[in-house]
Design a protein around this ligand. Structure first.
Ligand code: NOJ
Length: 549
């Protein structure tokens, strides 16, 4: 058996419940071989940095062979490493080095679709209609005369039609296949036993190599009811009773995860999983249940306005939902799919971010100082909550979104499939600045695969390590202190007369107070152990969180 598969009594099976998980988008983290693309040896070289940050686990976004039609979420081979990122040996070395540093590893798994370069899809294209090879995907005859119209008018999430017509092996126009995302991402048919078994094999493959958990991409889309006639877009876009949409959040999806759970439980500690499932809050507990994936992302704070009442409602609801499935909640402000939170908070509540990015990020002008102030306050608040916090690489530097990437450097399919409507997600995926100057600010020796702006150097790890007031030093301190909170999961609200302040107490008399208002507020008695910005005459200033014991 490989490392990590052995029975280890000393490992706490509940390590994930209040973990701080740091997301690495590997192509933009650290580039060890100077080809402009981050890689696994790059991750290994930065393990001392990860350790000094004080995280419990890394979530590694896809590192599999891929044509990068969707940043690696188009997987050619689920049981291998993209040669540009390294080898399986590099992967093993990375797992061992992370574990040596006391850091767990969660990998991304992408089960809804493969890439169009996957062996299975190539075989499906070379095989006739109705063949077992086509049965692994979702092929349908077209509508209209000679099948020239798509089987349904559904749209892909990246814009444009969700069906693409193929050329049959004899060169004639043929059937259509479903892709809820880009056309390079054909959806798998999860009614097919071979598909199911192959994923169980993949879960064991990485678990045997010592992976501690999985982040499950589009977890709510796998089960589909595509009985003919397929309903039109207008019907599926209208509110259908929960669980009856042809592909989103069908109840049968949980049968798949019950099988996965059995695999996770073959290991000690059991492998963990977190569902990326864009479902209404009340549908989340099933994904997060102990006989399912165990945890689900909650993006509610990420989407909330900067507002005390909104934050409180979301926190209360999610703590209750997590209790309902005996899971712990997750808290997220940034990831590789959204505008960085330091930038979101720099804009007035309700700003249309797509339109704003499309305009080059100039109208309205972001108030960067306020954005960072609020981002730090929000993060400190979340770090005081029961549950796990998922951080995204670069937020610990207070990085802002890069808004001026030229069109010819863009990579996101959302940009290419939505001309004039969306610029996509490249602005939060720009390679990290490690040094103040130098080629690609220390990311690697070559030119970074996405252009870095001049202002990146001042946010670099080098600059921020030297600056006592930096966001990096603040994150390090917060994560070190948070370890003391990773005990019981209780939280008690403290009701206050100033409605714009959120105040709660955790076990051991640990207070967290956030001021969402415009005036400084009084702090309770106690010692301030950390604040996200300096206090003002002993009071908690606007847009600030403080921890007191
Ligand atoms: C969610 C991932 O986070 C996103 O980056 C990707 O484009 C889609 N799923 C499709 O895999």
């Amino acid at each position: 058996m490989r490392s990590g598969s052995g029975f280890d009594e000393t490992v706490d099976a509940n390590w994930w419940r209040q973990a701080t998980v740091y997301q690495i988008y590997p192509r933009s983290f650290a580039d060890a071989d100077g080809d402009g693309i981050g890689d696994l040896p790059g991750v290994v070289s930065r393990i001392p940095y990860l350790k000094s940050l004080g995280i419990d686990a890394v979530w590694l976004s896809p590192f599999y062979p891929s044509a990068l039609a969707d940043g690696g979420y188009d997987v050619d081979d689920y049981r291998n490493v993209d040669p540009r990122l390294g080898t399986l040996d590099d992967f093993d070395e990375m797992v061992a080095a992370l574990h040596e540093a006391g850091i767990k590893l969660i990998v991304d798994i992408v089960p809804n679709h493969t890439s169009d370069r996957h062996e299975w899809f190539k075989e499906a294209l070379a095989s006739p209609e109705g063949s077992p090879a086509r049965e692994r995907y979702i092929f349908r005859d077209g509508a209209g005369p000679s099948g020239c119209e798509p089987p349904a008018d559904w749209e892909s999430l990246f814009g444009g039609p969700a069906w693409t017509r193929v050329r049959e092996p004899d060169g004639t126009p043929g059937q259509w296949y479903l892709h809820l995302f880009a056309k390079e991402q054909p959806d798998l048919n999860w009614d097919n036993r071979e598909v199911r078994d192959d994923f169980l094999k993949t879960l064991r493959f990485w678990s045997d190599r010592g992976v501690d958990g999985f982040r499950v991409d589009v977890a709510h889309a796998l089960a589909k009811d595509l009985t003919e006639p397929l309903p039109p877009k207008a019907v599926i876009d209208a509110t259908l009773p929960h669980g009856s949409h042809p592909f989103w959040d069908r109840d049968e999806v949980h049968d798949i995860y019950a099988e996965w759970r059995q695999v996770f439980n073959e290991y000690h500690p059991p492998r963990t999983a977190v569902a990326e499932a864009g479902v209404p809050a009340h549908r989340r507990p099933r994904y997060a249940s102990a006989d399912g994936l165990g945890q689900a992302f909650n993006f509610d704070l990420l989407m909330a306005d900067w507002d005390a009442a909104a934050f409180r409602r979301i926190i209360e609801e999610n703590l209750e939902l997590a209790r309902a499935s005996d899971a712990s909640s997750t808290w997220v402000f940034s990831n590789h799919d959204v505008v960085r939170h330091a930038t979101r908070y720099a804009l007035p509540n309700g700003t249309d971010l797509h339109a704003w990015l499309l305009g080059g990020g100039a109208d309205p002008q972001p108030d960067k100082e306020q954005g960072l102030l609020r981002a730090r306050a929000a993060t400190l608040l979340a770090l005081a909550l029961p549950g796990s916090v998922y951080l995204y690489q670069g937020e610990e530097l207070g990085l802002h979104e890069v808004t001026d990437i030229p069109a010819d450097a863009r990579q996101d399919p959302a940009f290419f499939r939505n001309p004039g409507v969306e610029v996509g997600r490249d602005g939060c995926r720009v390679p990290l600045p490690w040094t103040v100057t130098g080629p690609s600010f220390g990311f690697g020796d070559g030119k970074a695969h996405l252009p870095q702006p001049d202002w990146f150097g001042q946010y670099s790890v080098e600059a921020e390590t030297k600056d006592e007031a930096s966001t990096l030093r603040f994150y390090r301190k917060a994560l070190e202190l948070r370890r003391r909170l990773q005990t019981s999961e209780e939280l008690q609200w403290v009701e206050r007369t100033d409605a714009s302040a959120l105040h709660f107490v955790r076990p051991g008399g640990w207070h967290s107070i956030t001021n969402f208002g415009t005036e400084p507020v009084e702090l309770p008695a106690g010692t301030v152990v950390l604040s996200s910005a300096p206090l003002s005459e002993g009071k908690l200033p606007t847009d600030t969180t403080a921890w007191l014991v």
